[in-house]
Design a protein around this ligand. Structure first.
Ligand SMILES: Nc1ncnc2c1ncn2[C@@H]1O[C@H](COP(=O)(O)OP(=O)(O)OP(=O)(O)O)[C@@H](O)[C@H]1O
Length: 344
């Protein structure tokens, strides 16, 4: 079975610990995203997997092979950077063929043709990198990496230089190509939107540690901490209290869980501590009928919808709504209760 396993990894630069006790596992052709704030150690983790920085502790195992003693060039790992790192004096065909030195020339030509077709650049084989768009250059970089049949592809902010208009189309294409070629990938990004579109698995990092790992939808809908909740999307924390093990009381009325309520991290609720319920804007419904319980105190027009800031008691909440409503208007706000995330 294909897999990447990282166990108790520690990496230090000089006296500073950058990654500590980091554990991670992906399987088959999963695409893993490393997401986190600047300086949290994402690139360092990529470099550790590639063999470009030494490990202080721990192991990295790729397809049951411990990489500890395996030199960079024998790891069967491809790397793609945000600046594509193409050779400017080589054509597209020569760039794609670059890593195929030992392969006979006729086989090289076949692989180049196959890879160029895969990334839809068959008509561009004789061009030089400066004659290509950013997206096309990135496709060449991917074709060059895949030509060597890697076991794993590492991508460091691969889409950050791509125009936002074509970025998501390129991401979809790249995802399709990696799935077709059955190649696992680990990629780094600052953008949660890119992570949601490209990743099968998401590892959210904070100060050299993975704070939550899982499918993107799982992290978004079931964040284990406020840090994860806030990193992945906007939301407000509504004070509430437990009236029975399955029911919450708040300024928005009652919220009822499908089973006994716990904190978002699975720990039991401490009834002596203040309790807050995470409410994403899309979990709230604003209505102009019904008994008002909220006042509009701010609004932004987003094109496809409005985002309103509402005051509910002493609390401020954000909500999306289609209606064009004035600041100061009293409205009725209700919360959807099937996704309750509670924090102290
Ligand atoms: N060669 C180095 N020597 C010493 N410290 C380094 C070195 N490279 C990176 N660091 C430090 O290690 C920490 C993690 O850096 P890293 O590049 O892995 O972060 P990152 O999450 O990829 O950040 P960004 O999103 O800004 O690229 C930072 O504090 C950085 O200053």
């Amino acid at each position: 079975m294909k897999s990447l396993q990282i166990n108790h990894l520690q990496v230090c630069y000089a006296q500073q610990t950058i990654l500590q006790d980091l554990n991670l596992q992906i399987q088959d052709d999963d695409i893993l995203c490393l997401l986190g704030a600047s300086g949290c150690g994402k690139t360092t983790l990529l470099k550790a997997i590639a063999g470009l920085v030494p490990l202080t502790q721990g192991t990295i195992v790729l397809n049951q092979r411990d990489l500890s003693q395996v030199p960079v060039e024998q790891r069967k790992i491809g790397m793609i950077f945000q600046d594509y790192a193409l050779f400017p004096h080589l054509t597209v065909a020569q760039n794609i063929a670059f890593g195929l030195g030992k392969t006979p020339k006729t086989a090289q030509a076949e692989i180049v043709a196959e890879m160029a077709a895969l990334v839809q650049l068959s008509a561009f084989l004789q061009r030089y990198p400066h004659e290509l768009s950013g997206g096309q250059q990135q496709r060449v970089a991917i074709a060059r990496s895949l030509a060597c049949k890697p076991d794993l592809l590492l991508l460091d902010e691969p889409f950050s230089n791509i125009d936002s208009q074509v970025r998501y189309q390129l991401i979809e294409e790249m995802k399709g190509i990696l799935k077709q070629q059955q190649v696992s990938a680990v990629f780094v990004t600052h953008s949660k939107e890119e992570a949601f579109v490209f990743a099968d698995k998401l590892a959210l990092m904070e100060q050299g540690k993975i704070v939550q790992f899982g499918e993107p939808v799982e992290l978004y809908q079931r964040p284990h901490s406020r840090f994860v909740a806030d990193f992945l999307g906007s939301g407000s924390y509504l004070p509430c209290r437990l009236s029975d093990p399955q029911t919450l009381e708040s300024e928005l009325g009652q919220l009822r869980g499908q089973s006994v309520l716990t904190l978002a991290n699975g720990q039991p609720i401490d009834r002596l501590k203040p309790l807050f319920c995470l409410l994403r804007p899309q979990m709230l419904q604003l209505s102009i009928t019904g008994k008002p319980n909220a006042t509009i105190i701010g609004r932004h027009f987003l094109g496809h919808t409005f985002e309103y800031q509402l005051k509910v008691g002493e609390q401020q909440l954000s909500v999306y709504a289609q209606d064009n409503l004035a600041i100061g208007r009293q409205v009725r706000l209700a919360a959807q209760s099937d996704l309750i995330n509670l924090f102290h």
